[in-house]
Design a binder for this molecule. Structure first.
Ligand code: MRU
Length: 337
């Protein structure tokens, strides 16, 4: 079974079967959904059963393995499934990176299963590595603000942003963590709070709009977030609300750390304005947990990611090293994968 040691990993793979923790149900219920084929993996990604850029990429890679198990040597059918998987969500670079890697393996007639398992294994390893790299920046008794969920639930391992938090907590450098609730899917309230409480890490949930005021109280030293895609100049696409949190951080002298593996960095995109930002249905805004909270005829706007300009990023932690105050020139020193 390729998974980490946590009680409820997001992705379970036993060599033949893919089971995904249904994150729509957390924290009320811990239930796994078994995916039988690639289209069901694509649906699970689109419908937010599994989410978070690295977890999406790993799941898609296993989706290609399921496709090959179903279709055998029919490469046209496997390519069609890869196409379906690539349409699941547009912003996470990891999805496209994983499918490109799997397509190359398919072309070379090599083992798709070995490639998917390697993608998963590497993600577990790079989480630990980035955790240590990011932890080195934290001073004793740091207060951390995080946005969305960039933890074990969003990766194959123990998380990117929350990997740094876990390493910092273990080293006695993290005093407490504040989790923005992260409207509209509430990844902060539902997932980050659940995950950090499981790990015994002190966490407090706040409304997204309270973050700047919290910084004003002097309680926050670092804003630490993950990323869905990092452009060649260091601009960062991440969950909607990251940009305003980063602006508030700069105003209050709070440092901003972005933690993302190289599988999230996209050197083909020069700057953040060129990143495709997913727009989801307006009813995600007009309702909360299925309960209408606004006039149903109201107009709504639901971009689910935004772009934080590289200027607002103090530290970008990758598994290929750390870039302080990223620029195109500094980013180019990272190893292209
Ligand atoms: O819509 P989601 O829940 O997939 O958005 C997830 C995020 O924005 C995460 O911060 C990002 O994918 C990094 S996960 C390590």
């Amino acid at each position: 079974m390729l998974n980490d040691k946590r009680r409820t990993p997001a992705i379970l793979w036993d060599g033949n079967t893919l089971s995904l923790l249904d994150q729509r149900l957390l924290p009320a219920e811990e239930r796994y959904l078994t995916c039988e084929d690639a289209p069901s993996v694509a649906a699970a990604i689109r419908d937010m059963v599994v989410r978070g850029a690295p977890a999406i990429g790993i799941s898609a890679a296993y989706g290609v393995v399921l496709s090959s198990q179903q279709h055998g040597g029919d490469t046209a059918a496997i390519h069609a499934d890869i196409e379906t998987l690539s349409g699941a969500r547009p912003t996470a670079r990891n999805l496209f990176w994983a499918l490109e890697a799997m397509s190359a393996v398919l072309e070379r007639n090599q083992s798709l299963r070995a490639c998917a398992e390697e993608i998963h294994r590497k993600d577990i390893a790079n989480n630990e590595q980035m955790g240590q790299l990011g932890c080195a920046y934290l001073h004793e008794s740091s207060g951390i603000l995080t946005h969305c969920n960039a933890g074990a639930l969003a990766t194959g391992g123990y998380g990117t942003a929350l990997g740094v938090v876990r390493a910092g907590w273990a080293a006695g450098r993290v005093r407490e963590v504040f989790a923005d609730e992260t409207r509209p899917w509430l990844q902060g309230a539902r997932l980050t709070a659940w995950e950090l409480m499981q790990a015994g890490i002190d966490v407090t949930v706040l409304a997204d709009g309270a973050a700047a005021w919290l910084m004003r109280q002097g309680k926050i030293n670092w804003l630490i977030v993950g990323a869905d895609r990092v452009a060649a100049n260091g601009d960062v696409a991440n969950k909607i609300g990251t940009y305003q949190a980063a602006i508030a951080a700069r105003f209050h002298g709070v440092k901003v750390m972005v933690v993302a593996p190289m599988t999230t960095v996209d050197f083909t995109v020069a700057q953040g304005g060129d990143i495709a930002i997913e727009q989801r249905a307006g009813d995600e805004i007009l309702a909360c947990g299925g309960t209408p909270i606004a006039p149903q005829a109201a107009k709504s706007w639901n971009p689910v990611f935004d772009v934080t300009p590289a200027d607002l990023v103090d530290v970008l932690v990758t598994d290929d090293g750390v870039v302080e105050h990223p620029t195109t020139e500094k980013m180019a020193t990272l190893q292209h994968i």
